[in-house]
Design a protein around this ligand. Structure first.
Ligand code: ROI
Length: 166
């Protein structure tokens, strides 16, 4: 079993409901059990600013799947939410990203793990700290809490918990 960290995000079509439903759907992935799910957070958009705020959360899963099969399962969930993605870094109904997969490092056409933008993004770092305060970022093994100081302060100030239990 591998511990995988998934980022969830939505800013279209009732984002809070999109993320809450997706959290429940994680339970249906074969060979996989959700272990912990963060609160739901409201965050300002990274990228173009002329789009609604996002709802974000992070989930810790334990899985027997390979990264590719886990990605297939996450894309099935995205498709059930009729994911629309109008433009690069634009608004979307549901985004499910593999942020970490154990200590795996990979860079293929389909998957880059760890997620290359993970450590620049308040909406992934802070929810992950909530559920795993002692998390260390692979492969360098850097404590997650040590990078909070380098996050954009504007994004940090705007981040807020909107719901404790998804
Ligand atoms: N911005 C925020 N705040 N949250 C997201 O989940 C998110 N996802 C994205 C882009 C468009 C980069 N910006 C985001 O894909």
């Amino acid at each position: 079993m591998t511990e995988a960290i998934i980022g969830l995000g939505s800013n279209l079509e009732h984002p809070e409901e999109q993320v809450r439903t997706a959290c429940r759907e994680l339970c249906g992935i074969p060979g996989t059990v959700p272990v912990r799910i963060s609160s739901l957070y409201s965050s300002v958009p990274v990228g173009p600013q002329d789009q609604p705020d996002f709802v974000n959360a992070v989930a810790l899963l334990r899985t027997e799947l390979t990264p590719e099969l886990l990605l297939d399962a996450l894309q099935d969930i995205e498709n059930r939410h009729r994911r629309v993605r109008m433009r690069h870094w634009g608004p979307r109904t549901l985004d499910l990203d593999i942020l970490f997969f154990g200590s795996t490092v990979m860079d293929t056409a389909r998957l880059r793990i760890p997620h290359p933008e993970f450590r620049n993004r308040v909406f992934t770092v802070i929810p992950l700290l909530e559920i795993l305060p002692d998390f260390r970022i692979p492969p360098e093994n850097i404590p997650l809490r040590d990078i909070v100081g380098s996050l954009p302060s504007r994004d940090l100030e705007a981040l807020s918990i909107i719901r404790k239990n998804p």
